[in-house]
Design a protein around this ligand. Sequence first.
Ligand code: GRF
Length: 204
Amino acid sequence: MNDKQIVVLVSGRGTNLQALIETTQNGYIPGKISLVVSDNPQAFALERARRASIPTLVLDYDSFPHKRAYEDALLQVLEKEDPQLICLAGYMRIVGKRIIMRFRERIINIHPSLLPAFPGLEAQKQALEYGVKISGCTVHLVDEGMDTGPIILQASCPVEDEDTVESLSERILQYEHQIYPQAVKLFLEDKLNVIGRRVFIKKE
Ligand code: GRF
């Protein structure tokens, strides 16, 4: 059955969205992306969704008088859509408390570091500046904090001496495109068991 709905929130180029598009379309993920919402009208992610014939919606953050009005509009859209899962994929805003409460444990995010190291913006730059030898990416449930929710999956990769922010980001991104679809698949197959901070993956 292909009736589980995913809404993806984006702000930018959308390579993670692309990975989710491909893995929903090829049947790896048992669900479909019903809507892509962008807070940025220029996001290339919108073009990717259109090319895949996925409905898109722009909620241009700058056209709202304040954050609350934007969040009201987003909450309304999400309530109407009522997806099983909301995926943040390069979505550059902190999701407001009301949305998190309404969709508790139904919102997930991908972050380009091994959390809890280097939360927030420019995680790859933070990792290089700190001097870690291993970095990677994390898929986690979204809670009220900044990249603090329970961890679903992580993947690690080396930091090389020659790395720049660009080369490290590119290496991490390859792993993001693997573990984000894996995590979405596990979620939609109801294989995740969240107990406190720990997310256990149910065995067959
Ligand atoms: C990724 O590195 C993701 O981990 C972070 O923002 C970036 C989005 O890239 N949250 P893209 O828009 O999916 O290409």
